[in-house]
Design a protein around this ligand. Structure first.
Ligand SMILES: Cc1cc2nc3c(=O)[nH]c(=O)nc-3n(C[C@H](O)[C@H](O)[C@H](O)COP(=O)(O)OP(=O)(O)OC[C@H]3O[C@@H](n4cnc5c(N)ncnc54)[C@H](O)[C@@H]3O)c2cc1C
Length: 553
């Protein structure tokens, strides 16, 4: 046992060893558990800290509005006071159930730009360029349009268009075209730049989390053990090899041993935390918390990246907004309609249409994602989401390739303590420039027909916010997380980059039998939402791990 570390003397020893122990049943963990257990003679244990996903809100796409708050299925973290946001702390929801954040997210299916992955290759990750990863995006996918060069047609994950294309969302796209953007039927084609409707991980009007798509259909496999309410406390390491995991279930602490590998899939905030409380991380941080250093890896927890977003609200003509449908009695009518048909407004993801544009000088691919929804909302001080009481629409600016870097640290030596998160939003002047460019871009869209005729007034940021300085002030006060945390166990060239945590086969440097497979391995954040890229990472990791096992046999 490590000095100062949590008491993990296990009260019960699991009798039989597993080949693989996967820690975290989220977007990556569900995919990996499904793929690794395809080999009938491979024994897989999946540990998930949260409960089984039983709430009906998880299956209803509009349920994101309920699940986004802290609770049984949501860790509800927050950042430390952010130095460039006047000391404001930013709310950080994370999924806490099988499916992980894919069980509470906005369901947009966006892969990013091919250049993102070619950049990963240039950074020393030989087998992670676009041509290497595209087969794994395709493998996971059951695209509504069927198989083509870009998409898979018979994978597990349903990828579909919104059931309703609201006329106001259509006019957002038309305004983009009027400004010279290309209209795209598919924002996941290799080009990305342009405007169109988003795709979603929704199947027949229901959320398709990675649990629904990958795990639930095969959960009965005899070689797969799934344990929920099982919070990993520490990775056991002996003579430089990860031998198993101590986890807590109820009042018991259990030790499970792994013959081949322990694989961390706890996400970009909890995977680095688990490494650190296990003695794997920056030596100075570990010593500060009296944790004995097993491997001094300065990169663990560093390189934190997230997409920030700036919210806009516009008062609109009544027919441009669904606010009135989601309030009062009409809300219940739409609820009943959904229950009977699985269609209608409750079957939609958060945003509808998007534009991917280049804003900063010299950008070789889109650096802003502008999103539109025919609805507006606010977060009340009571911690609930309130739909706007006048007809209004919402839009947001997302900075796709932030230059600012944050970090995940420890609040204490125990895995039970939430991670210390510092996003460092707006630390880089480049990000501030991108925010201003994004607000100007979005305003141009709203000033362009046919969208313009639907708008009565800009409510937020509001007419008083004009200069770049006004916009930074507004951003400091209001910007939010897009919840795309990544980068904290960076994949890289472990011979030349001291900050790389895993190599390009996702093995933790300097240790045997330990890998990380989740959004934390992304060296740079992709130009889009991060669920699809995380699923791709898990698909590719499964192939890498199975190949390594065959070679070792
Ligand atoms: C509110 C919200 C909206 C989002 N909207 C979108 C969107 O529309 N489109 C999109 O592409 N992306 C979206 N994202 C981001 C996307 O969902 C994530 O990037 C992705 O799910 C990350 O996958 P992951 O496997 O790295 O982590 P997660 O899916 O978060 O999985 C980590 C899992 O590990 C478990 N865990 C943590 N600690 C332990 C422990 N000690 N022991 C055992 N288990 C543990 C957690 O409970 C969780 O289930 C959103 C995220 C959120 C939170």
């Amino acid at each position: 046992m490590m000095a100062g570390a949590p008491d993990c003397a296990s009260k019960q020893i699991m009798e039989s060893a597993f080949d693989y122990i996967i820690v975290g049943g989220g977007s990556a963990g569900c995919v990996l558990a499904s793929r690794l257990s395809e080999d009938a003679d491979t024994r897989v244990l999946l540990l998930e800290a949260g409960p089984a996903p039983r709430s009906p809100w998880i299956r209803i796409p509009a349920g994101t509005s309920q699940l986004i708050f802290p609770g049984k299925y949501n860790w509800g973290y927050a950042t430390d006071p952010e130095p460039h946001l006047d000391g404001r702390s930013v709310y950080v929801p994370r999924g806490r159930t099988l499916g992980g954040s894919s069980a509470i997210n906005g369901m947009a299916y966006v892969r990013g730009h091919p250049g993102d992955y070619d950049q990963w290759r240039q950074l020393g990750n030989a087998r992670w360029g676009w041509s290497d990863v595209l087969p794994y995006f395709r493998k996971s996918e059951r695209y509504e349009g069927g198989e083509n060069e870009q998409h898979g047609g018979d994978g597990a994950l349903h990828v579909t268009s919104p059931a309703i294309r609201h006329p106001a969302s259509q006019d957002f796209v038309k305004a983009g075209v009027a400004l010279g953007l290309t209209e795209r039927q598919d924002l996941n084609d290799a080009e990305q730049e342009g405007t169109g409707f988003l795709h979603f991980t929704i199947r027949d009007g229901r959320r398709h989390s990675t649990y629904d798509a990958f795990l639930r259909p095969i959960a009965h496999r005899r070689n797969l053990t799934i344990v929920t309410d099982a919070a990993a406390q520490k990775i056991a390491v002996k003579d430089g090899r990860a031998t198993g995991v101590h986890y807590r279930r109820g009042r018991e602490t259990v030790f499970a041993s792994a013959k081949r590998s322990v694989i961390l899939c706890a996400g970009a905030l909890d995977s680095p935390k688990l490494l650190m409380v296990s003695g794997i991380g920056p030596g100075s941080t570990l010593q500060q918390h009296s944790i004995s250093v097993i491997a001094d890896l300065p990169g663990v927890g560093a390189n934190l990246q997230d997409h920030l977003y700036i919210h806009h609200t516009y008062r609109s003509t009544p027919e441009s907004s669904i606010n009135a449908d989601l309030r009062g009695l009409r809300k219940y009518l739409h609820g009943a309609h959904y229950v009977m048909t699985r269609r209608g407004l409750l079957s939609l993801g958060a945003s509808q249409a998007a534009a991917f544009v280049r804003a900063l000088p010299g950008a070789d691919r889109p650096d802003l994602q502008l999103m539109f929804r025919p609805v507006s909302w606010e977060f009340s001080p009571k911690g609930t989401l309130v739909i706007g009481d006048t007809p209004s629409v919402g839009a947001s600016v997302c900075v796709l390739r932030p230059h600012s870097r944050g970090r995940v640290g420890l609040r204490g030596p125990s895995a039970d303590q939430p991670p210390a998160i510092l996003a460092n939003y707006l630390e880089s002047p480049v990000d501030r420039q991108a925010v201003a460019a994004g607000v100007h871009w979005l305003r141009r869209l709203f000033e362009t027909e046919p969208l313009r005729s639907r708008i009565i007034a800009e409510v937020a940021p509001g007419s008083a916010v004009q200069s770049d300085d006004d916009i930074f002030t507004y951003a400091r006060k209001t910007l939010q997380s897009m919840h795309h945390w990544s980068g904290t166990c960076k994949m890289g060239d472990v011979r030349n980059d001291p900050m790389a945590v895993v190599d390009d086969t996702l093995r933790v440097r300097g240790l045997d039998g330990l890998r990380v497979v989740d959004a934390s391995i992304m060296p740079t954040i992709p130009s889009g939402n991060t669920n699809a890229p995380t699923i791709m990472i898990a698909e590719k990791a499964a192939d890498i791990i199975r190949r390594a096992t065959r070679q070792a046999a």
